[in-house]
Design a protein around this ligand. Structure first.
Ligand code: IPE
Ligand code: IPE
Ligand code: MG
Length: 253
């Protein structure tokens, strides 16, 4: 297993996003109900968040529940929502101890009232923390986010507050849920699935993608460190050539 010491602290990604997948399969492999996998997924969340905080990451966004996940069986949705309330409540102390600020993106109005209440409580309580910003994507999907941005911009145009010809990337991004966060440099998906499942489609235009077969409940900080190390071996060219990239490194160093 790759050690934390091998990571170049001067070239850490500011923002890592994770699609936490594979809870159901993890439970099934053990002859258990899917919910057992979700419960064990919480351990992975705790360890990953602590690892990220310890490393000094600025933003960690976790895809916890998608718009499409509302189509799951009612019993699974209810169990997930109860687990969410209990976990946020229980982990508030860990967040405080690790100087972590909790935030959330998504269509939060669609969450059950007890989830929304617990979420706002912990968001408020941790709002002054200065370490890692932990962003939970809840009832989130990228197409929902983009459409609500378009609607909000259209309204501003109707009200004469924005001129259509002035809309650019910067203005558009102010209407996304992620308006205050940098784009993720690295996106991790667990469980051997190679798709994005409607997650941060706008924001990951130039993100490095990392897929691992590890099922989410087995994921630990060492897996996060391994992904970061893999990221650090890549050359991000942003449309330029490799030669141009090394020239700019030479000029800046
Ligand atoms: C991810 O695990 C957790 C959520 C989507 C809430 P899954 O529940 O999707 O697990 P698999 O993919 O069925 O194994
Ligand atoms: C994506 O996982 C959503 C979350 C991790 C919350 P899913 O398991 O729901 O994705 P699909 O439907 O298999 O693509
Ligand atoms: Mg899944």
């Amino acid at each position: 297993m790759i050690q934390k010491e091998n990571i170049d602290k001067t070239r850490l990604p500011k923002h890592i996003a994770i699609i936490m997948d594979g809870n159901g399969r993890w439970a099934k492999k053990r002859g258990n109900q899917r919910v057992f996998g979700h419960k064990n997924g919480v351990k992975a969340v705790r360890d990953t968040v602590e690892g990220a905080a310890e490393l000094g990451l600025k933003y960690l966004t976790l895809y916890a529940f998608s718009t499409e996940n509302w189509k799951r069986p009612r019993t699974e949705i209810d169990a997930l929502m109860s687990l969410l309330v209990a976990t946020i409540h229980k982990e508030t102390k860990t967040l405080m101890d690790n100087d972590v600020r909790l935030l959330a993106i998504g269509d939060l109005e669609t969450l059950p009232k007890n989830v929304a209440t617990q979420l706002s409580k912990t968001i408020e309580l941790t709002s002054q923390n200065k370490g890692l910003s932990l962003v939970l994507a809840l009832s989130y999907s990228s197409r929902w986010e983009i459409i609500q941005a378009v609607k909000a911009i259209a309204l501003k145009i109707e009200q004469g507050e924005i001129q259509a010809k002035n809309i650019d990337k910067c203005i558009f991004e102010q209407y996304l849920n992620t308006q205050n966060f940098p784009d993720p440099e690295l996106l991790i998906r667990t469980s051997g699935e190679y798709r994005l499942s409607n997650f941060l489609l706008w924001q990951i235009a130039y993100t490095e993608l990392y897929f691992t077969n590890t099922l989410w409940p087995d994921f630990r900080r060492e897996h996060l460190f391994e992904a970061i190390l893999d990221y650090q071996c890549r050359e991000r060219r942003f449309g330029q050539t490799s030669e141009q990239m090394s020239e700019s490194i030479n000029v800046n160093s």
